[in-house]
Write a protein of this length. Sequence first.
Length: 205
Amino acid sequence: MATSAAEGDASAQYRLGSDLMDQGRHEEAKRYLVPLAEAGHLEAVRRLAWTASGLAHTDPAHEAEAEHWLRREAEVRRDPDWLVTMAQEMRRWASGRVAEAEELVAGMARAGSARAAGQLGYWRRRDGDLTAAVAWYRLAVTLGHRFAWRDLGSCLAALGRYAEAEELYRPRAEGGDVVAQYELATLLHAQGKGPAAYPPGPPRL
């Protein structure tokens, strides 16, 4: 395999580099993986990105490398929204780049990324700031996020804004969406306006 890799066989080159990574021989692995990644080999990019990011969870010296390859992964995927994944990783890195990660995602959301808006809604909801979560989830819905309406409705209900939550659920429920039907029934039951939703658990999306 080493001979094939040396001769430029991309598959052999990737397998050898990946095997070296598995053995912890990172610098040797990069000799094979970096040229592939620079040429657009997705699996090589992913291996470099996620190895570096994993190391960056405990050692900030790896953060710049992780960011470089995660950005390269977004380029190779031709998916700018992949930078949301990078931001999720940044928040886990040793230096704790939470503010930088959120600034990146907020900029993406304001530029029209539904995924970014939904991610900010999730972060704000997890932090307990339901009012901010509502604003981001509402933007996500406006931008076409497939599932953010459910999270938005849940936040509205938790804030006691039942009429707004009902207004969100009802058209979807009447259109045959079983998840919306469940959420609407649960919302009405909580207000004493109907029986408990059945089955006794949220339908899976």
